[in-house]
Design a protein around this ligand. Structure first.
Ligand code: ATP
Ligand code: BTN
Length: 333
């Protein structure tokens, strides 16, 4: 179930990272002996790690440590956490240290006809994507960056509301770890305490009227460190600040346990099976909001979503429906 892509510069640092992942102090000499390289070579590797936001602490006379350690993803640990139904549905589990975007990788696989039932996780993305060409910041080991490929027959209309249903699935996975204050923001965000915790990006390929495929991409912040979070241009939050100590492998498995059965049954069940749960978690229910497109904006009161997942906006007593796509929802402060 494990696959390997060509080794990136970061992957070449994996052996030293594995040693430092425990967060303990390691001397240059012991690292060199374990890696079979000179102390000078160790020093070079440690300097390279800093470029990935993995700031090391030098402990005088003793060596170096990675404060907080790293809870790295492992295919064995993720597989161990999978429910039997998920094991049956998962065709391939791919873990990468670094890719451009797991969604881009999965789309390419689907186009080659080999992406169905494939789940790819990356410790770091160099070009993680959000909606409409925006960036998803994904520093090494800081979150869960996951894409799952799934093929459907019957046309894309069967996927109506899927990004909202995926939000419900994520909220359910987070509930298993007792993460407090999780809410959903239409159409594709998971929020916690008024800040963005995770985002969902669906990308489609194939014949949209018949046999087509979807990549479900999820970025979820676990513990962002280094300087890269400074590039996030809206309020964000990570699990570390609300519920520290969650094991990333268990969380990754919990996400797959929610997501894979959802994808399998979605053409039959549709958003109707998730609507009540979505409404119960609606961040903006009854609140004044603004909807923006590239050229227009509408103000009103958020009034939940309809059976297809369209946002209902109450504008002076008149209800209007908005279907995902090119609009962004903002709270009126
Ligand atoms: P909307 O979906 O309503 O248009 P949005 O601002 O959340 O709103 P998206 O395209 O869904 O936009 O998400 C991408 C945005 O998410 C980025 O422009 C950035 O503001 C934010 N972002 C990027 N990386 C992260 C991250 N790791 N954590 C939280 N937010 C992030
Ligand atoms: C958003 O909020 O706009 C969606 C962000 C989705 C980010 C995830 S991270 C894994 C997958 N790969 C990507 O390039 N994007 C999604």
């Amino acid at each position: 179930m494990h696959d390997s892509t060509p080794k990136s510069p970061l992957e070449q640092l994996r052996p030293v990272l594995n040693l430092l992942a425990d967060g303990e102090v390691h001397s240059g000499e012991s690292l060199g002996a374990a890696l079979g390289v000179s102390r000078a070579a160790v020093w070079k590797q440690l300097q390279k790690l800093e470029r990935y936001g993995l700031a090391l602490e030098s402990v005088k006379g003793r060596g170096y440590r990675l404060p907080g350690g790293l809870n790295l993803l492992s295919s064995e640990a993720i597989t161990a956490g999978l429910a039997p139904a998920s094991r049956d549905l998962l065709r391939q589990l791919i873990l990468c240290d670094e890719v451009d975007s797991t969604n881009a990788q999965l789309l390419a696989r689907l186009e080659r006809g080999c992406g169905h039932g494939v789940a790819m996780f990356a410790e770091r993305q160099t070009a993680g994507r959000g909606r409409r060409g925006r960036n998803w910041i994904s520093p090494f080991g800081g979150g869960i960056n996951l894409s799952v490929g799934w093929q459907f027959s019957g046309g894309v209309q069967l996927l109506e509301g899927l990004s909202l249903a995926v939000g419900v699935a994520l909220a359910r996975a987070l509930a298993e770890f007792e993460v407090p204050d999780v809410r959903l923001k239409w159409p594709n965000d998971v929020w916690c305490r008024g800040r963005k915790l995770a985002g969902v990006l669906l990308e489609l390929s194939g014949d949209l009227t018949d046999r087509c495929a979807v990549v479900v991409g999820i970025g979820l912040n676990v513990g962002l460190r280094g300087e890269s979070p400074a590039a996030i241009d809206q309020p964000w939050i990570d699990l570390h600040s609300v519920r520290p100590g969650i094991d990333r492998n268990r969380l990754a498995a919990a996400m797959l346990n929610q997501l894979l059965p959802l994808l399998q049954a979605y053409p039959e069940r549709g958003f109707g099976a998730y609507r009540e749960a979505w409404l119960a978690l609606d961040q903006f229910a009854g609140r004044p909001v603004r909807l923006q497109s590239a050229t227009r904006e509408w103000c009103g009161t958020a009034a939940g979503v309809d059976r297809s997942g369209a946002l209902i906006l109450d504008m002076d007593g008149e209800q209007r429906l908005f279907h995902g796509g090119e609009v962004s929802l903002r709270e009126v402060s």
